[in-house]
Ligand binder design. Structure first.
Ligand SMILES: NC(=O)c1ccc[n+]([C@@H]2O[C@H](COP(=O)([O-])OP(=O)(O)OC[C@H]3O[C@@H](n4cnc5c(N)ncnc54)[C@H](O)[C@@H]3O)[C@@H](O)[C@H]2O)c1
Length: 443
């Protein structure tokens, strides 16, 4: 089948490449000229495991093409996917200027029927706004007879596992108002459904809301565990044991129950804000989700409080090593990463840093700058003469480090672990002062 994906970021590039992998002809469009030129040369703008090889193969075999000219794709494609960003507006609602901009461009340039598929995360009701924007443009061109359909097909991939998530999705949600479009969407996703059909067809509004509901639910689980971690620290329980205790209940399940420094990234923070705003527009106070946000914000501050509790308010003259900067492992995405707030907060109290991230160093430099921060190529270099290590992102290589080597490098054997990577008993045996989340302090 022939399709175009407008927006070649995390979602657009991964989806486009996976559709091409299944034999479809795919145009990936972006307004960022450098991004498109780089992609044509095989330079991938983001870090996503397995993506580079897949992009190159599909590009070389001619199924994946890149352009800044939407019309090239539009003229050939049955499906026009919109996968551009929906960043938060000032009031927290999703800013739809990119989505509606693409809708208008399609309306200005289409010459034949197409199915406009919204893959961006958009507030409930956006499908209708897209339809209206396209219609207005067609009317302005005196071509109201040109037909199109609108579909909502939110994306649930996770950065770091994006290809696996797309190729073997738990489910594919398709919101549509007619049977014919539903059948065409099913046909497009058929090659991904060899082990059983997971396409859920529903109305457009429910599909749009499903995406926000999913992210809000996952964010809620994280904040719930973080709130409990506070109680654990106070009463002497261990959040890791509590997590195992509830996660083994099949009604609850094990995912997204890890206490830590809170959620970040390009989705949860903005999507929780956006659904809160949508509820406000509908006259409701989002009591649960407001609390989810507040707990998440507090959790970063509580991590800083642990450091301040140990070293005192004035941190001048102290150097902290930081392991992990991206908002989660296996990605270079720094959007809303907890590391940003934690470093900036401690920096304001006079601390300086040595930091390392396996892939996010370049992106981190553009976000955190160079002042008071030394970027180290190796994660052990971070430790030389530091007063403490802060483990902020749980990359695999940090799980079983050489603790003896760490102790010889560090000025003080003190670790603040924002991701509960190590066993308390072992840290005690190894002679570290060890702070983690929702567990006893090892001194
Ligand atoms: N990143 C994720 O893990 C993820 C997961 C699921 C859903 N989403 C949602 O998918 C959408 C896209 O997210 P992303 O992370 O891929 O964003 P991104 O910022 O990585 O990519 C968006 C791309 O769209 C391009 N763009 C903007 N306006 C354009 C236009 N008019 N024409 C062509 N290209 C244009 C930008 O240049 C950019 O390359 C968002 O709504 C997001 O909430 C993201």
């Amino acid at each position: 089948m022939k399709l175009t994906i407008v927006g070649s970021g995390y979602v657009g590039l991964v989806s486009g490449t996976c559709f091409a992998e299944m034999g479809n002809d795919v145009w990936c469009v972006d307004i960022d000229e450098k991004k498109i030129e780089d992609l044509k040369k095989g330079i991938i703008p983001i870090y996503e495991p397995g993506l580079e090889e897949m992009v190159k193969r599909n590009y070389n075999e001619g199924r994946l093409r890149f352009t800044t000219n939407l019309k090239e794709g539009l003229d050939e494609s049955l499906f026009m996917f919109i996968a551009v960003g929906t960043p938060p507006d000032e009031d927290g609602s999703a800013d739809l200027k990119h989505v509606l901009g693409v809708a208008r461009e399609i309306g200005q340039k289409m010459e034949k029927y197409c199915i406009i598929v919204n893959k961006s995360t958009v507030p409930v009701g956006t499908g209708e706004r897209v339809r209206k924007a396209v219609r207005e443009e067609l009317e302005a061109r005196n071509k109201p007879e040109l037909e199109f359909d609108i579909v909502s097909n939110p994306e649930f991939l996770k950065e770091g596992d994006a290809i696996e998530d797309f190729m073997r999705a738990d489910r594919v949600v398709v919101g549509t108002d007619n049977v014919r479009t539903a059948e065409l969407m099913k046909e497009l996703y058929d090659p991904f459904q060899r082990k059983g059909n997971k396409v859920l067809i529903m109305d457009i509004l429910s599909s749009e809301l499903t995406k926000y509901a999913a992210n809000a639910m996952l964010a809620t689980r994280i904040s719930f565990m973080n709130e409990l971690s506070m109680l654990c620290e106070s009463c002497g329980a261990d959040i890791e044991r509590v997590r195992e205790g509830i996660g083994s209940d099949s009604r609850i399940g094990r995912s997204f129950l890890f206490a830590g420094v809170g959620y970040g990234g390009s989705c949860f923070p903005k999507d929780v804000k956006a659904i809160i705003q949508t509820m406000k527009e509908h006259g409701f106070d989002a009591k649960v989700l407001n609390a989810v946000e507040e707990v998440n914000k507090d959790q970063r501050e509580r991590f800083v409080d642990k450091v301040v509790g140990h070293f005192g308010e004035d941190l001048s003259g102290l150097t902290f090593g930081v392991w992990g900067l991206s908002f989660k492992p296996q990605t270079d995405d720094m959007r809303e990463a907890p590391s940003i707030d934690i470093i900036n907060n401690l920096k304001a109290r006079g601390a300086v840093f040595k930091v390392h991230d396996p892939v996010a160093m370049e992106v981190a430099k553009s976000v955190l700058g160079n002042e008071s921060i030394e970027y180290c190529a190796n994660y052990y270099d971070v430790l030389r003469d530091v007063d403490a290590l802060l483990l902020v992102t749980e990359w695999h290589q940090f799980r079983r480090p050489d603790f003896d080597k760490m102790k010889t490098l560090m000025k003080n054997a003190v670790i603040f672990d924002g991701r509960n990577q190590y066993e308390l008993r072992r840290m005690e045996d190894r002679g570290f002062v060890y702070y983690s989340i929702g567990r006893a302090i090892v001194k």
